[in-house]
Structure formats: structure tokens, C-alpha cells
Design a protein around this ligand. Structure first.
Ligand SMILES: Cc1cc2nc3c(=O)[nH]c(=O)nc-3n(C[C@H](O)[C@H](O)[C@H](O)COP(=O)(O)O)c2cc1C
Length: 269
């Protein structure tokens, strides 16, 4: 058993993701489980990992273009880049996963990497970052999220962060936020055909009509941020298989202070 303050699983996970992308050109989706309290059953779906919160993504030229965009749309100082172990996805805040996570923030992610033979299971609490004008914004409690990173982050503009993810979405994904709520039944009169929705949407509006559409889509666009407290890795492509767990433990550092520490264990697969 060993312990460390920085998350020891993050670099391993990042290198496995990089290996998968190198081999197959894509990162496998994650399986995200939430709890459906209405029927007291787990609920599971595939989602795409969109990076660790605060990290630099893309090459220098892409970052520069994005920063120009963010300065234009949020007219505020750019957020600092920082190292976190907070995983993120983008989603429609009207979706069932969001309402489930708002009732119970506990999640488990199961992530299988066929290229390297690794399974990662991560559990913890999820936070929903919607538009500041969305009524759900009052449920976004950011203090807990950034407290481990206060030495790197003094000020953080959450709306700017949300806009960063918006900018990085493809125009096809952006357009999906204009559709009726996910899961809503499609009700058609006899002979009626399904309405065609916009297929592509720019990050930034070019005319008045576009401006209204971007505003409407952004109201439904959100980020889910995962604060992890337990990780379980199984390595299948090695002799006898291997399994490691990491648990985040809080330790008392006196003067009412608390520190977080990761405890690593090798266990039988
Ligand atoms: C490969 C794959 C990736 C997906 N990625 C996302 C994603 O990143 N975010 C998301 O909200 N839905 C994603 N979906 C759709 C979800 O699996 C799900 O159908 C949808 O979000 C509605 O789920 P819910 O009703 O449980 O909220 C993806 C589906 C597939 C098959």
C-alpha cells in the first residue's frame, strides 16, 4: 500500500487514452452509470470523454484561435490552465442523466480500452455546469470542485469554461441542442412526417437568426464534471492479470484543515 497527494492513476489513464488514439484513431466511449431513484435501478449509457478540466488541449494554433473566441464572447480575463483529475463530458441538461445526477450525484464510469487491455472503473460525485441563466445553475456548487487546486487557480470563470467546450464541439453536435428534449416521444399525426431540425450550428452567430439559434442551443448545453474518489484498474493483457485500486482519503492536517491523499493497493483480480 502506498499513498500520494497527486492522483497516481491520472498519468496512466492519459497514456492509455493516447495509446488507443494512436492505434485506432479514437478514444473508446465511457459507460456512465447513475441511479434511477424512481425505479430504484442503475441507469447506464455511453458518453465521450472531453478531457480533464483546466487542461490545455489541442495544438498551439488551435488554442490561440479558441482563446481569441473566448475573449470575444466572454470579454473577461482568460482562465488559468491547471492540472486536475476532474473528468468532463458534454451533455444536454434536459437529459435523464442530468436529472438523475441532480437527485443523486453518485456515479460510476466503466471504461474498457481494447488496444491496451485495461478496464478502468471510476466512481465519485458528478457536478452539472449549465448556462448561468438556467434554473439548474443554483445547484452547481463549484467550491468543492476547485478546492484541491487553489494553489493553481485563484479566479475561475465557469461560463468561459462552458463556452470553451461549446467551441470545441463539432457543428453537428452543437445543432443537436436545438432538438426537443432527449427522450420526449415523437408524436405524429397520420400522414405527418417528422420535422427536420438544423444539422449544423456555428459556435458563434453570424446573423440575427443564427444568434437566436446559438442562444437557444446554449441554454440546453452543459458540462458534467466528475470528481473521482475511487479508481479500480484491471490489466488483462499481462500474465496472471493485474488489478490496482486507488482510494481518495481525507486526512486531518490540524487547524481544522483537511488534505486529500490517494491510497494505492494491489489486489487480486
Ligand atoms: C458512442 C456514444 C457516445 C455518446 N456520447 C455522449 C456524450 O458525450 N454525451 C451525451 O450526453 N450523450 C452521449 N451519447 C448518447 C447517450 O448514450 C444517451 O443515449 C443520451 O445521452 C441520453 O441518455 P440519458 O437519457 O441517460 O440521459 C453517446 C452515445 C454513444 C453511442
Amino acid at each position: 500500500m502506498t499513498s500520494s497527494k497527486i492522483s497516481p492513476w491520472k498519468e496512466t489513464l492519459k497514456s492509455i487514452i493516447a495509446e488507443s488514439i494512436k492505434e485506432t484513431n479514437l478514444c473508446p466511449p465511457m459507460q456512465l452509470s447513475t441511479i434511477n431513484l424512481n425505479v430504484k435501478r442503475p441507469a447506464n449509457r455511453s458518453v465521450m470523454f472531453r478531457g480533464f478540466l483546466g487542461e490545455n488541449q489541442g495544438n498551439w494554433e488551435e488554442e490561440r484561435k479558441m482563446e481569441e473566441y473566448l475573449t470575444e464572447v466572454t470579454s473577461s480575463v482568460l482562465n488559468p490552465k491547471f492540472e486536475s483529475d476532474l473528468l468532463t463530458i458534454t451533455t444536454d441538461v434536459r437529459s435523464t442523466k442530468v436529472s438523475q445526477l441532480l437527485k443523486n450525484s453518485e456515479f460510476e464510469i466503466c471504461w474498457w480500452f481494447p488496444s491496451t487491455g485495461d478496464q478502468f472503473r471510476l466512481s465519485g460525485n458528478a457536478y452539472i455546469l449549465p448556462s448561468p441563466s438556467n434554473p439548474l445553475y443554483k445547484d452547481f456548487h463549484s467550491t468543492n470542485l476547485l478546492s484541491p487546486y487553489l494553489s493553481q487557480v485563484i479566479k475561475f470563470n465557469w461560463e468561459q469554461e462552458r463556452m470553451k467546450y461549446w467551441y470545441k464541439c463539432s457543428s453537428e453536435i452543437r445543432a443537436t441542442f436545438l432538438r426537443p428534449p432527449p427522450g420526449q416521444p415523437i408524436l405524429l399525426e397520420p400522414g405527418e412526417t417528422e420535422k427536420q431540425y438544423l444539422r449544423q450550428l456555428n459556435a458563434i452567430s453570424t446573423d440575427e437568426e443564427d444568434k437566436e439559434l446559438v442562444k437557444q442551443a446554449l441554454e440546453n448545453f452543459g458540462i458534467v464534471i466528475f470528481k473521482v474518489y475511487f479508481v479500480d484498474r484491471v490489466e488483462l493483457y499481462c500474465e496472471n492479470h493485474k488489478r490496482t485500486t486507488w482510494q481518495l482519503k481525507k486526512s486531518d492536517i490540524g487547524n481544522d484543515g483537511e488534505e486529500e491523499e490517494w491510497v494505492e493497493r494491489s489486489v487480486y483480480p
